[in-house]
Design a protein around this ligand. Structure first.
Ligand code: FDA
Length: 308
């Protein structure tokens, strides 16, 4: 892992900097590269435009590691409102939540109850509830939450991180559920005994897991989503899907708002199912630092915003 990446990921946990930066105009200007705006209506308007271009949406209200259960209640209420709006506007949209945003640090039971409420509402709204995967200290608890949710709700998806050495075994253990899985490379700073430190090993693990998921999809055993901007990997997985005759509707590609927008449209035109994850909200600092860490060249945009 590069020094710049480790430094940015370490900075992402600094709460003092988070408070300082969220108030700075230059930082808020730079963040706009990755989000249409801080308000839910900004995200909804962007989703409407994407829908007109045949691209679906995933919505995430930013915020993580809450310290009071009352705050988690407010997050749950927000997503219940959002699911109503998704239904009323007939948007092809799914919400994606972080367990620590729904109280996981404070109570696993309360977090599960919040997720249950959202999963039931998502189902009723014709949507699907996504659970993000946070750093490796949360994986066991997040898998347990997913299993409990799947006992009652089919329309729930889970992110798995290719960078983690444990992920192939975690995927195997989930197979009896015929799971909906978003495969991502992994955005957190992890020790080398937990995650592959070299990017080429993470890329290789992604390809292997991706091919496995497509083989499962070919016989209805999983619904794979590839959450990546890695065009080379997407091309290889597309070839594999074709060779296995996996229907275009049986797997999807998800990317983040503001990254490879032209490729999102090109892939859609080529017949792929594409969705854009749109984030919004005021608590963007740790999330934004993770975006900079993915491509330290992005720091240049922050510098330009300082003077522009
Ligand atoms: P990689 O980092 O190799 O990038 C490939 C290319 O994409 C780069 O060369 C560059 O051109 C472009 N690119 C990538 N990131 C960029 C950036 N920030 N700015 C500009 N260009 C960039 N992680 C996690 O741990 N838990 C989760 O739940 C999720 N959820 C999630 C959902 C979705 C829909 C996506 C797309 C991603 C996530 N992630 C995530 C983040 C993921 O783990 C990973 O950090 C990023 O997607 C970057 O990795 P890539 O796969 O894009 O490859």
């Amino acid at each position: 892992m590069s020094l710049a990446r480790s430094a940015l990921l370490a900075v992402s946990r600094n709460q003092w900097l988070a408070r300082q930066m969220s108030q700075r105009t230059f930082a808020r200007r730079a963040v706009k590269r990755f989000m249409p705006g801080e308000e839910p209506e900004d995200a909804l308007a962007a989703a409407q435009d994407l829908a007109a271009a045949g691209i679906g949406t995933i919505f995430t209200q930013l915020g993580e590691n809450l310290t009071a259960l009352g705050d988690a209640d407010a997050v749950r209420e927000h997503y219940l409102w959002l699911l109503d709006v998704i239904r009323q506007r007939a948007l092809p949209a799914w919400p994606s939540v972080k367990p620590t945003q729904l109280g996981l640090d404070l109570s696993q039971e309360a977090c599960l109850a919040n997720l249950e409420t959202l999963a039931a509402k998502a189902e009723a709204a014709g949507s699907l509830l996504w659970i993000d995967m946070e750093d490796s200290s949360y994986v066991d608890r997040t898998l347990a939450l997913f299993r409990s949710l799947r006992e009652k709700h089919a329309k729930v998806g889970l992110a798995l991180q290719a960078c983690l050495r444990r992920t192939p075994a975690d995927l195997d253990a989930l197979l009896p559920l015929r799971p909906t899985i978003r495969l991502v490379k992994g955005a957190y700073l992890e020790p080398p005994h937990v995650a592959f430190p070299a990017k080429r090993d993470v890329d290789a693990a992604f390809l292997q897991l991706g091919e496995r998921l497509l083989e499962l999809a070919a016989r209805g055993g999983a619904f794979p989503i590839f959450g990546t901007h890695d065009i080379r990997l997407i091309a290889r997985l597309t070839d594999h899907a074709r060779a296995l005759k996996v229907a275009d509707s049986a797997w999807e590609i998800h990317m983040l708002y503001g990254i490879r927008a032209a490729d999102q449209r090109r892939l859609t035109a080529e017949g792929r199912k594409v969705r854009t994850l749109i984030s919004y909200g005021r608590s963007w600092f740790p999330w934004y630092m993770r975006r900079l860490a993915e491509r330290p060249a992005n720091v240049w945009f922050v510098m330009k915003s300082l003077v522009g």
